[in-house]
Each structure stands twice: as C-alpha cells, then as structure tokens.
Design a binder for this molecule. Structure first.
Ligand SMILES: [Zn+2]
Ligand SMILES: [Zn+2]
Length: 261
C-alpha cells in the first residue's frame, strides 16, 4: 500500500534533528510522497529546498493568513517565481484564520483573493487553511470559482453540511490526526466525501493521531489516519490508500501525470 502525505511542514525546526530519519520512516510505512506547504516566502523557500533534497517530496508556495498583514508590494510576484519550479505543485497554504488575531480580516481576504487569482492564472490547485472562517472562506472561493479553481480544504474540521457545500463548490477535502481523537465529531464529514475527493495529511508537526496525540507528528503516521478513514467509511485500508493516493496524484499532478514530465 502506498500513501501520500499531502500536508506536512517538514521545514519547522521540530524536524531539524531527524529530517532524514523521519522521511526514511515514512517511506518504510509506504508514505513515499510528501507535499510540504509553505506559509510565506521564507518558508516556501525552505520547503523548496527540502523538495530538492529528497526524492518524492514536493512543495507549495503561498502566504498563510497569519502572514498576510501589511504585505510588501511585489510579494505575489515572488510567490509566482517560486511556483515556476516544477516541484511546486500548488499555491498554498492560503486561506483565512479567525481564531488568532494575527492579521486583520480585510487583509486576509485581500491576500486570499490575490492568490486564488494567481493559482487560476498558473493552472495550479490551491491549499486552503480554514480556522473558524467557514462562511467567508467558502464565499470567497465560490466568488472566484469559474470552473478553473481546484484545491484542498486541508485539516478539515467542520460539519458534514459544510463538507457537502465544499464538495459542491468543486474542492477536495483532507483530514488529519484529529479524526482519530475520542471526542472527534468528524466521522459524518469523513463518510460523506466521495472516493474521488478524499485526501489524507498529517499536518505534521501538529495533530498527531492517537495513540501519539500530544507528541510531534510525522509523515510515518499517515497509515493510522487512513485506518480511521477506513473504519468511518466502511472500507478497507487498501481501498482508502488507493483512492487517496490517486486523488493526490491527480489534483497536484505529481510525478508522471505532470504535463511535460
Ligand atoms: Zn493550515
Ligand atoms: Zn499547514
């Protein structure tokens, strides 16, 4: 069985001491491909460096809502330049975060709109971050949806009703370790996603699945999350592995499916 960790922040210093080992452990568990999402220009460049060092590792470039305050002129041109790298598979992570007060809402909206437009102009999917911003995020994505916008609602943590509306708007849903927690209410949302729109991620170093909750997460934990998907969906693990992997390959055009090689 092969898996793809579609969202893993390998550049945070949590991985400084064992990055090589963490990637080797992931491969031993069948997690042969990993997407490392940037959160601003600097971390997108760090993610790019890791993607170039390890086989099967890709990156995304974008400005996270936490980093969207008082953006300098020309920043999206720098994101666009990073996105020209063939190992850059999406614009992200971008989105809205109303939990923390790191950036005024209007500036978050501006950065999101600019980067959705950039993704469409480049023909790349987006990686979307959502924290307590369900309605505004979906409204803005819908407003920008002209049939050419594709992407991943990462670390999905909302209701089944919201999951259905996100699917209707044309997006993929991605879940992480919080689906394994005892008090998780995400089962209905996990179950409602069709086979063709489901993705799996660790969001490492955060969100370690049970029984590792509270420890540093890493890509080798992907099968534990996929196993929970299998239980919630009434499918076997091999089926979950096959469809989540195929979905990630298609959405992010990984490897041989990338046009031009
Ligand atoms: Zn996020
Ligand atoms: Zn993230």
């Amino acid at each position: 069985m092969l898996f793809i960790d579609t969202h893993c922040h390998l550049f945070w210093n949590d991985f400084d001491h064992d990055l090589d080992d963490a990637i080797a452990r992931a491969k031993a568990e069948g997690v042969t491909r990993i997407i490392v999402p940037g959160t601003n220009v600097e971390t997108s460049m760090l993610a790019q460096g890791i993607a170039h060092r390890f086989e099967g590792v890709y990156f995304t470039a974008g400005v996270h809502p936490h980093d969207a305050k008082d953006l300098p002129v020309g920043i999206f041109a720098r994101i666009e330049a990073l996105a020209a790298d063939p190992l850059c598979v999406a614009i992200g992570e971008i989105g809205l975060d109303y939990h923390y007060d790191f950036c005024p809402k209007e500036q978050q909206h501006e950065a999101l709109r600019a980067q959705l437009a950039l993704a469409k102009s480049l023909g790349l999917p987006v990686v979307l971050h959502n924290r307590e911003s369900d309605e505004d995020l979906l409204d803005i994505c819908r407003e920008q949806q002209d049939g050419g916008l594709r992407g991943q609602f990462h670390c999905f943590s909302s209701s089944r009703d919201y999951a259905e509306r996100v699917l209707d708007a044309g997006f993929h849903l991605s879940f992480t370790g919080n689906v394994t927690y005892k008090k998780s209410t995400l089962g209905d949302a996990v179950a409602v996603v069709p086979d063709g729109r489901l993705l799996v991620e660790t969001d490492a170093p955060f969100m370690a699945p049970a029984p590792f909750r509270g420890t540093r997460n890493e890509p080798a934990r992907i099968p534990l999350i996929a196993q929970r998907f299998a239980e919630l969906r009434g499918q076997d693990l091999a089926h979950v592995a096959a469809c989540t992997t195929a979905n990630a390959v298609a959405l992010f055009r990984l490897g041989e499916m990338r046009p031009g090689g």
